[in-house]
Design a protein around this ligand. Structure first.
Ligand code: DAH
Length: 363
């Protein structure tokens, strides 16, 4: 009986060793330990045995049972690991991506375009280039001298109140001090409040006669609301020649309004104070909505104030080294956003700098 058990043990151990799948192992387990399994049924003949024989075979049988069960458990682990390694080595079966299929993938294209203000700048440049105006560049960070002083706006003069200014802190060396150490020029550097800061620079650089235009960013110390913005664009022309008059100014105004609003927009001048022009004028355009009849937009007046202008003040000409007895000059300027708001019916000036695509993509 001992030999029989040994044969059985060896046979099953070999089969367990050779099994290649969990399913095979499950079958073997049943074959040994199932209801009518060979191991299960083995003690069937134990009753015929002598007591002494039983004493030997019983522990041997129990040991064999344990060995076989342990062999199955161990082989299970090996088979599982082998299966797992096989899976790892198997190709995943992914399709190779060809350049062709990449092209088929649709991506949404978003194309940028120039900002509405830039588009308007190009329109203005085109209109005035036709009349022989050339572009001039002036700094956005400027001295109080060019932005105010040389434009006939002395320090502490009430006219400075017309421009709420953003001053820049200058270093100790940059400050002009009195003997007592008092700071005489606290606002030496500033962010230009208007493109008029170019006027005297132009006169210093270019000999008259000349026709120059300046376009660019200006800054004011403003609380923003629908009609006020701290950062905005202005346009300005400086035209110096012999014998210029307000008639030239009116012509230029009307030429421009018709270029951007349409041929039937008239211009009119009304007296207005700017320190650097004499006489100074507010330039009105016939209301583009009611054509003079009076409507909500123009407040029933029939006209809209669109620009500021005038004959350059003799003091300013002199500051630029030009003899006011020989030459006369026209200065004319406006805010781009303001004018676009009228033309395009834009209700809030803050939209221009908002970066809001719902607004920007309309233009
Ligand atoms: N610089 C003025 C402003 O910012 C606008 C202006 C008025 C420009 C009259 C001019 C002018 O050239 O003659 O309010």
């Amino acid at each position: 009986m001992e030999t029989q058990l040994d044969i059985l043990k060896k046979k099953f151990l070999l089969e367990i060793e050779n099994s290649q799948s969990l399913k095979e192992l499950d079958g073997l387990f049943l074959q040994m330990f199932g209801k009518s399994g060979e191991i299960t049924l083995f003690p069937k003949n134990f009753s015929k045995l002598e007591k002494s024989e039983l004493k030997i075979i019983s522990p041997l049988f129990n040991q064999t049972k344990k060995t076989l069960a342990e062999a199955v458990r161990k082989r299970r682990g090996e088979v599982k690991l082998a299966d797992f390694k096989k899976i790892l080595q198997e190709p995943l079966g992914l399709r190779k991506i060809s350049t062709d299929s990449l092209e088929k993938i649709k991506t949404k294209k978003r194309q940028g375009h120039t900002h509405i203000i830039t588009q308007f700048e190009e329109e203005i440049i085109r209109a005035f280039s036709k009349l022989g105006f050339a572009q001039f560049d002036a700094p956005q960070i400027d001295s109080d001298t060019y932005n105010f002083e040389l434009l006939n706006i002395p320090q502490d003069h009430p006219a400075r109140d017309l421009w709420d200014t953003l001053y820049i802190e200058t270093s100790e060396e940059g400050r002009v001090k009195s003997e007592e150490g008092e700071n005489l020029n606290p606002g030496k550097l500033l962010l230009r409040t208007h493109t008029s800061n170019a006027q005297v620079r132009i006169m210093e650089k270019i000999k008259p006669p000349f026709r120059q235009m300046i376009l660019g960013r200006c800054y004011r110390y403003e609380n923003t609301d629908a009609r006020h913005e701290h950062t905005f664009e202005q346009f300005e022309i400086v035209y110096v020649d012999k014998g210029l008059s307000m008639a030239n100014l009116l012509y230029l105004s009307e030429y421009f309004f018709q270029a951007i609003f349409g041929y039937d927009v008239k211009a009119r001048l009304k007296p207005k104070y700017y320190p650097f022009v004499e006489p100074g004028a507010g330039v009105d355009g016939l209301c583009i909505f009611c054509k003079g009849k009076g409507c909500k937009v123009c407040g029933g007046v029939g006209w809209l104030e669109l620009a500021g202008a005038g004959m350059i003040h003799p003091t300013v000409l002199k500051n630029g080294g030009i003899d006011p007895d020989v030459y006369s000059g026209i200065a004319w300027g406006f805010g781009l956003g303001r004018m676009l708001m009228v033309r395009e019916g834009i209700k809030d000036v803050r939209l221009f700098n908002s970066g809001d695509l719902r607004f920007l993509n309309k233009y």
